[in-house]
Design a protein around this ligand. Structure first.
Ligand code: MSP
Length: 652
């Protein structure tokens, strides 16, 4: 246990001034993926988050609401913890700055800094931004007295204060940052910080007397400690520094990674390291400033009224879909846009079509050709070698990307394997192998596909929290993919032949953007509806022959086919059924072009009541097979007759 490598990762502790939104969830989900990745690789991980509960801003809000600051923060922090549980955030500790363990430790730290002469008493006169809890000098603010960070007005404050000697450490800081290029990342933020410090560092005002919602200065209790000194210290007070048992501190400090949003990089890379230097403690190995998740109307904030509630999204789309979107959509470090359309597109293309479909097709064929039992593979034939190579590359590339904190690149690397495996199905065409009786080759193909499923389950553990286990279970494996560790993805062939798979519902149901057409389709296509997972039990209910005989099925010949204007899916058909001509409107436009339909002999239900679709009467329904979860382009296959027969022929 003791020689196990450790990984200490932190996220900022959040202000309980607002309800948390999807932007906050972004930081937390990213940190969670990194923490899970390291655990999966065998590290002893310490993942810390928490809440930053002091300061003038909180005191003002509580007063406005007629409650004590403590009552106010207690309620909001409960909400934070509920959100993190909903998003499956696997933090090891949650620190609240109003906890006794933190308050006492911060006071001890302040005392040490005072004793060493790094904190001294003087008078402060200057500018303060209440929402940001930031002090600014005259030359940092514009003539309009606007906060350079948030653009809101700053206040002139004058009071007796304690100061922290930042100026004493400027040269040491510059040398450290220049000698340790990895310390501040990405490089653009490092360069910003270097030029900020090169302009000169002034001592920082670290106490206030005009309000009292904070930690009292131990030797002068009419002062409360500046909220950023209080907050930054959480990264070591949570480890018990300096008053409690020091074993955690010794084990995990210095932190491997402080993950923070770009607007608080300055506090984490200048004030915090200088506090540590003054305390004689080692500096964190890396501070990474990620970008913001923004809406078209700008950065999310309660005052702008443009916040997106992650709880609502999880309820609607599921936790793995939200986690996947946050991790995949935006290159980590850059700003990126959030929209529900973009979220749905990701769910449909990457999760439903690519991943869900691969697993569903694999297990459907496993059932069909081998009674659900994974067969032993035979000899290797192209393109097996390429599939194996892509699997190995997915592991290596995902690992390298995670080590560079490029989470979206890691997911792209994993999806290279998902896509290659789908292509492998198309190339090897298991249905043709089955038809031709090439059972040994079919066994190899099916084994390889199941093995890709196993590897994917292992690779997805850091990012998705329920899907890897579901894949594992469907493959008939025991335990969980998190237990076997990342290295289990590196080895090809760990899946034991003979294992009985259990195909379940598709992993991710598709979400239809074209709701109107979807509703129409549901009315029109009871067959497709019946293949949805929730309709499975109804499908098992037997009907009598008489009931079946009520449905009149006939062969029809397509005479005319044209796209319905303003619809991507609907096609207007004129068909001949014997002597009779009819108009049928069908939702097959994403799978068939009008040209290829003309002349086809298809199967039609002739005794359905007519319906109107986009203003056109549809008199009958054509039959088509659809594969649940399949891509739109290949989802539908029309039923046709396989020998020449005249239209109008009855089907029984
Ligand atoms: N309390 C301070 C941190 C103290 S750490 C010692 C704070 N809290 S915060 O609640 O305002 O923000 C917490 C984190 O959420 C920050 O890293 C911030 O960048 C992040 N985000 C807030 N809105 C965000 C987006 N719209 N997009 C991405 N991250 C966002 O700052």
């Amino acid at each position: 246990m003791t020689d196990q490598k450790t990984f200490y990762i932190t996220t900022p502790i959040y202000y309980p001034s607002d309800k948390l939104h999807i932007g906050h969830a972004y930081t937390e989900v990213a940190a969670d993926a990194l923490a899970r990745f390291k655990r999966h690789q065998g590290y002893d991980v310490m993942f810390l988050t928490g809440s930053d509960e002091h300061g003038q801003k909180i005191q003002r809000i509580a007063k406005e609401r007629g409650v004590t600051p403590q009552e106010y923060v207690d309620k909001i922090v409960d909400g934070f913890q509920h959100l993190w549980q909903t998003l499956d955030i696997s933090y090891d500790d949650f620190i609240r700055t109003t906890e006794e363990r933190h308050i006492k430790a911060v006071q001890a730290i302040f005392q040490r800094l005072y004793d060493s002469g790094d904190i001294y008493k003087s008078e402060y006169e200057g500018w303060y931004c209440v929402p940001c809890e930031s002090f600014w000098t005259e030359h940092q603010i514009t003539e309009e007295h606007i906060c350079p960070d948030c653009g809101r007005p700053v206040e002139l404050v004058k009071e007796e204060s304690y100061f922290f000697r930042l100026s004493r450490y400027a040269d040491r800081w510059l040398k450290y940052v220049e000698d340790n290029p990895e310390f501040i990342q990405p490089t653009s933020r490092r360069n910003e910080m270097i030029s900020f410090v090169k302009q000169g560092l002034e001592d920082l005002c670290v106490s206030r007397t005009t309000f009292d919602w904070g930690i009292p200065v131990p030797f002068d209790p009419k002062h409360v400690i500046y909220v950023w000194i209080d907050a930054l210290a959480n990264y070591i007070t949570a480890l018990g520094f300096p008053l409690e048992d020091q074993s955690k501190f010794e084990r995990y400090w210095p932190a491997d990674l402080h993950l923070v949003g770009k607007e608080i990089v300055r506090f984490h890379t200048i004030i915090w390291p200088i506090m540590l230097m003054a305390l004689g403690l080692p500096l964190p190995k890396k501070v990474f400033g990620h970008g913001w998740l923004i809406l078209e109307s700008g950065k999310m904030s309660k005052s702008k009224g443009n916040v997106v509630d992650p709880l609502v999204l999880v309820d609607k789309y599921g936790v793995d879909a939200i986690r996947y979107f946050l991790l995949r959509e935006i290159p980590f470090g850059a700003d990126g846009y959030y929209s529900e359309d973009a979220l749905i597109k990701r769910i449909n293309s990457d999760l439903a079509n690519d991943l869900g479909n691969l697993i569903y097709r694999t297990l459907t064929m496993m059932n069909k050709y081998f009674g659900g039992v994974v067969p032993a593979p035979g000899s290797e034939v192209a393109p097996d070698d390429e599939l194996k190579r892509v699997a190995q590359e997915a592991v290596t590339n995902a690992q390298a990307a995670m080590d560079r904190l490029e989470i979206s690149t890691a997911l792209e690397a994993i999806w290279d394997l998902v896509k290659r495996a789908n292509k492998y199905i198309d190339e090897t065409a298991p249905w043709t192998l089955a038809k031709n009786g090439e059972m040994e080759r079919l066994a190899t193909v099916m084994y390889n596909l199941a093995e890709v499923g196993r590897i994917l389950a292992v690779l997805l553990v850091p990012y998705l929290t329920t899907t890897p286990g579901r894949i594992w279970e469907q493959l008939g494996l025991t335990g969980s993919p998190a237990d076997v560790g990342w290295d289990a993805a590196k080895k090809w062939g760990l899946l034991t032949p003979g294992v009985k798979t259990h195909r379940g519902a598709p992993l991710f149901p598709r979400i239809d953007l074209e709701k109107e057409e979807q509703t129409v389709e549901e009315q029109k296509q009871p067959a497709a509806e019946a293949s949805k997972p929730e309709a499975k039990s109804a499908q098992q209910d037997k009907i009598s022959y008489d009931e079946f005989a009520k449905v009149q099925l006939k062969v029809a010949e397509v005479l005319v086919a044209e796209q319905v204007p303003k619809s991507k899916k609907l096609i207007r058909l004129e068909v001949a059924i014997g002597e009779e001509r009819r108009q049928i409107v069908a939702g097959i436009g994403k799978s068939y072009s009008p040209e290829e339909l003309i002349g086809k002999k298809i199967v039609v239900v002739t005794n359905l009541q007519p319906v109107k679709l986009m203003g056109l009467e549809s008199n009958g329904m054509l039959l088509a097979a659809s594969f649940p979860g399949e891509g739109e382009d290949r989802a539908i296959s029309l039923l046709t007759v396989d020998r020449p027969i005249d239209s109008g022929a009855s089907i029984r």
